[in-house]
Ligand binder design. Structure first.
Ligand SMILES: NC(=O)c1ccc[n+]([C@@H]2O[C@H](COP(=O)([O-])OP(=O)(O)OC[C@H]3O[C@@H](n4cnc5c(N)ncnc54)[C@H](O)[C@@H]3O)[C@@H](O)[C@H]2O)c1
Length: 267
């Protein structure tokens, strides 16, 4: 079965857009006549990457809430619409000591979790104005399976998956499908520090292109709130959450969550 493609003429914002996944995704989207706007930290290198790909570049630090809103306004002003937001910017901790470096922990969570929350809230009204679309969060396998060497990363990615799952019903009501992708290790700059170890152990890593294919699929075909695992030799598969036991009433029946605790879209 072939994956449906985004409509030609659509506009997508990619945070962390000049990194490994961002570049691979931008290349694929351009080939589909989509305009990918690359949002990233301000540097000559990042501007040059975007120019080389033939993509517009916007400066964005995803931890700046107001800047997320300003960038979305800029995209709408310059390109007329926003159909998809790829909330993909991310970092991991630089070291994996037993002592937890709280400053680094907070920095990872600020970028990898709050960057996603700010980005989603900024993009939401614009995508709704465009008649609906998608928000795709780049989480990680580390959000589903604990990463002992980088607890902040697991917290942030696990939180990003929980955010996508819990936001899905209200966004669906606005015609927006939010989903998360959860790649295993992939060959981008983020694994520069540990690439030698993968090579030495003959451990397979994903290519950025494999991940970018999943990112395109998530735009057009994701189930709302789904988390897609991507692993070498396995491909892209939806993660099946096991669920939790429901509360039981005194007479042993499954208790129903009070209406007031559900979003309006679920009442
Ligand atoms: N490569 C992997 O093994 C792997 C696996 C699972 C998930 N991920 C996730 O994929 C995403 C993309 O990473 P990548 O593999 O392309 O690595 P990368 O390092 O090539 O790209 C990350 C990008 O995010 C940008 N960025 C960092 N902080 C930012 C900030 N505050 N504001 C805006 N942009 C910022 C960087 O400048 C860079 O361009 C990240 O969220 C990462 O955690 C990567």
């Amino acid at each position: 079965m072939t994956t449906p493609t985004p409509a030609a003429g659509s506009v997508a914002l990619i945070t962390g857009g000049t990194g490994g996944f961002g570049r691979a995704l931008a290349t694929k989207l351009r080939a589909l006549d989509v305009t990918p706007v690359l949002a990233d930290l301000d540097s000559e290198r990042n501007r040059q990457v975007a120019a080389d790909l033939g993509c517009p570049f916007v400066v964005l630090d995803v931890t700046d809430r107001a800047a997320n809103e300003a960038v979305v306004a800029q995209v709408e002003a310059e390109h007329g619409r926003l159909d998809a937001a790829y909330l993909n910017a991310g970092i991991s901790a630089a070291k994996s000591d037993d002592a937890l470096d709280m400053d680094e922990f907070m920095r990872v969570v600020q970028i990898d979790l709050f960057g996603v929350v700010y980005g989603a809230e900024a993009a939401r009204p614009a995508i709704k104005r465009a008649g609906g679309g998608a928000i795709v969060v780049t989480a990680s396998l580390a959000g589903l399976s604990p990463m002992a060497g980088d607890p902040g990363y697991s917290v942030a990615k696990g939180g990003a998956i929980a955010f996508a799952r819990s936001m899905a019903p209200r966004l669906q009501r606005e015609g927006i499908t939010i989903s998360a992708i959860c790649p295993g290790f992939a060959d981008t700059a983020i694994i520069d520090r540990i690439r030698d170890q993968f090579t030495a152990a003959n451990f397979p890593v994903l290519t950025a292109e494999e991940v970018a294919d999943a990112m395109v699929m998530a735009w057009t075909s994701a189930e709302p709130g789904a988390a897609y695992v991507i692993q070498p030799g396995v491909g892209t598969v939806p993660y099946r959450f096991k669920g939790v036991p429901s509360a039981k009433t005194a007479s042993g029946e499954t208790a129903v969550v009070p209406e007031a605790l559900r979003p309006p879209s679920m009442r």
